[in-house]
Design a protein. Structure first.
Length: 120
């Protein structure tokens, strides 16, 4: 069964190598969400004597401290209001603030095509 996991990982890495750069951020975000339970178990993980180099142990200590403060876990159970407060943003109260980005004379389909072409 170990070989199957190794082969599966190799296939996933091969697929990642084929992705355009702009899609890597989305995939990374998805993977971070999927491994979220790991970040919850990190604070209780022990570092055995002789197992980690001093700089690794120091990094683990900083990470544990960050997680205890809630800094290391963006996906914690926060409300929209808490996230907005943490990011120092305010809700959009007037949708007209978004108006005017696209001229009525512009072809929206052409604009979208240009955007998608630029992402290739």
């Amino acid at each position: 069964m170990g070989t199957d996991v190794t082969q599966e990982r190799q296939q996933v890495h091969a697929l990642l190598d084929l992705l355009p750069a702009e899609k890597l951020t989305a995939v990374r975000g998805l993977l971070e969400v999927m491994v979220e339970p790991l970040s919850r178990s990190l604070p209780s993980a022990s570092v055995e004597q002789g197992e980690a180099r001093p700089e690794t142990a120091a990094e683990l200590d900083r990470t544990r401290a960050s997680l205890k403060l809630g800094e290391g876990n963006f996906f914690a159970n926060q409300t929209i209001a808490e996230l907005a407060d943490a990011q120092k943003v305010v809700p959009l109260r007037d949708l007209s603030a978004l108006a005017g980005g696209i001229s009525t004379e512009d072809d929206v389909d052409e604009l979208l095509k240009d955007i998608y072409d630029a992402r290739k």
